[in-house]
Design a protein around this ligand. Structure first.
Ligand SMILES: Nc1ncnc2c1ncn2[C@@H]1O[C@H](COP(=O)(O)OP(=O)(O)O)[C@@H](O)[C@H]1O
Ligand SMILES: [Mg+2]
Length: 247
């Protein structure tokens, strides 16, 4: 492959949020937030509780409307589209709190994720891939989701997102409620998904482990992006060290 074409392939912007202002009533949760994710990247958005991370994801997925600014996906404006239309374009959001359907089996929960007619057509094949990533889910596919451990529930939440055949997968604080070791396993899964061609936006409060896997990262404070850079560079940044790494 020629160097120049490789370059364009790697640099194609997938998600581009520009100057987003988002309000809840009169209270402003995002202030002029701009963030870019290129195809094939793992990009992290890190910040403390209440900084505006979930608000940004909900704005991208169409659950919230920005008062001003824009969101583009592969060059197309999406900030006025309904959530199901945005999902159909290939954006999946793996929510905080691992909301599963407790009365359903693991298998049924996963199948719920094959949302669009296209994803439904590919359901069997995708399900096999999900089971390859999480063999324990195949073993438990007939069990009620109620009986799963925290780590297994997180796997179902991720697996359900993958069932929609996403191009961009947005994770909202996957470390929440997980033992540190299980979170590291989730990060390994994130890396594997990227190897399979899925682009990742990873939102986290667990700053250290997240910056270690992120190609690039943004730091958000009080609804504003205050720093951005390569994940590894931000780990060395004095401001990040004091505020988030306790060094
Ligand atoms: N539904 C809501 N109604 C009013 N304020 C909200 C709502 N959701 C979040 N907020 C406020 O918006 C700010 C950003 O919240 P959020 O995006 O959830 O932060 P994070 O995900 O980084 O913890 C916080 O001040 C929070 O209290
Ligand atoms: Mg949040």
């Amino acid at each position: 492959m020629r160097q120049s074409s490789r370059y364009t392939l790697e640099r194609r912007p997938m998600l581009e949020a520009s100057n987003l202002d988002v309000f809840y009533g009169k209270s402003q949760a995002l202030r002029g937030v701009s963030l870019r994710v290129d195809e094939g990247e793992i990009v992290a958005l890190v910040g403390a509780n209440g900084a505006g991370k979930t608000t940004l994801l909900n704005t991208v997925s169409g659950l919230l409307r920005p008062a001003s600014g824009s969101v583009e996906f592969l060059g197309k404006r999406i900030d006025r589209l309904a959530p199901h239309k945005i999902m159909k374009l290939g954006i999946c959001q793996i929510p905080e709190g691992r909301k599963l359907f407790s009365d359903m089996t693991v298998g049924e929960n996963l199948e719920m994720g094959a949302y669009s007619s296209e994803a439904r057509k590919r359901r069997k094949e995708t399900l096999e891939q999900v089971y390859k990533i999480f063999p324990v889910l195949e073993e438990r596919r007939r069990q009620s989701a109620k009986k799963l451990s925290g780590g297994e529930r997180q796997m179902v939440a991720i697996g359900r997102g993958l069932m929609s055949s996403p191009r961009l997968c947005m994770f909202d604080e996957p470390s929440y409620g997980l033992a540190p070791k299980l979170f590291l396993e989730v990060l390994e899964v994130v890396k594997r998904l990227r190897e399979q061609g899925i682009t990742i936006l990873l939102v986290e409060q667990n700053v250290r482990n997240t910056l270690e896997v992120a190609d690039r990262a943004y730091v958000i404070e009080n609804g504003q992006i205050v720093l951005e850079g390569k994940g590894k560079d931000l780990l060395q940044n004095e401001q990040v060290k004091t505020a988030y790494l306790g060094i």
